[in-house]
Ligand binder design. Structure first.
Ligand SMILES: C[S@@+](CC[C@H](N)C(=O)[O-])C[C@H]1O[C@@H](n2cnc3c(N)ncnc32)[C@H](O)[C@@H]1O
Length: 208
């Protein structure tokens, strides 16, 4: 049985099958019932950060969802943005925003249908979080990037600690020229509920 689609249910997920089920039910109302109500800030924060440190395209948006990050990137002047997500229903909503050059289904816990070194930049908001995608996917992120490309990924702060992102980054050190992280508020001052004050890291990682 599918939970009511909301943030609590999303944080209770435990992998790809649950994600597919939950986001199929949430796709049509996600922008209004979650992003607007919580004053969700991650897409804007990732887009601004990417534009500041790189701005180069083509860019791939991982876990693109309904396309909020794609829209924010285009507002920042990023020219070519592709998107991928495990949920076909979320991609239908993303398509309606007319900001992506190409959208395709993909599971970040597996190999994506992307040739090695295809993208000059990679971004993601809200997908590296509880029950969704963990640090094991960072190797696949790097595989899809050209040498010298930047990735900007929002990572829920408690998820970062619980799943040991820092240890995985240490293991991947030979593939990474540099990385840093900046903390940000995931939701606006008007957000309500138990997660209103949650924070995330903006992980910025440049491929060697
Ligand atoms: C909280 S939403 C974020 C969507 C969008 N990036 C945003 O910021 O609004 C998380 C997204 O991750 C996707 N997702 C969850 N698990 C995934 C996986 N294993 N591979 C690819 N996408 C996944 C979900 O379908 C959903 O669209």
């Amino acid at each position: 049985m599918t939970d009511n689609p909301d943030l609590e249910a999303a944080y209770r997920l435990s992998g790809p099958d649950g994600s597919k089920q939950l986001y199929a039910a949430w796709a049509e109302t996600y922008d209004s019932s979650f992003a607007e109500d919580m004053q969700y800030r991650a897409p804007q924060a990732v887009a601004e950060c990417y534009a500041k440190i790189s701005g180069v395209s083509p860019v791939l948006d991982l876990g693109a969802g309904t396309g909020l990050l794609g829209a924010a990137l285009v507002q920042q002047g990023i020219e070519v943005v592709d998107g991928t997500d495990i949920s076909p229903q979320m991609l239908v909503e993303a398509e309606k925003k007319h900001v992506y050059q190409s959208l395709f289904e993909g599971d970040l816990t597996q190999r994506l249908e992307v040739d090695e070194g295809t993208y000059a930049g990679i971004v993601s908001s809200g997908t590296f979080t509880h029950g969704h995608v963990g640090p094991d996917a960072l190797e696949e992120v790097l595989r899809c990037m050209t040498s010298g490309a930047w990735a900007v990924l929002s990572v829920n702060a408690t998820h970062w600690d619980a799943l040991g992102f820092e240890d995985v980054l240490k293991c991947l050190a030979p593939q990474i020229a540099e990385w840093r992280k900046d903390e940000f508020a995931l939701y606006g001052a008007g957000a309500k509920g138990a997660h209103a004050a949650d924070t995330g890291w903006l992980l910025q990682m440049r491929k060697a």
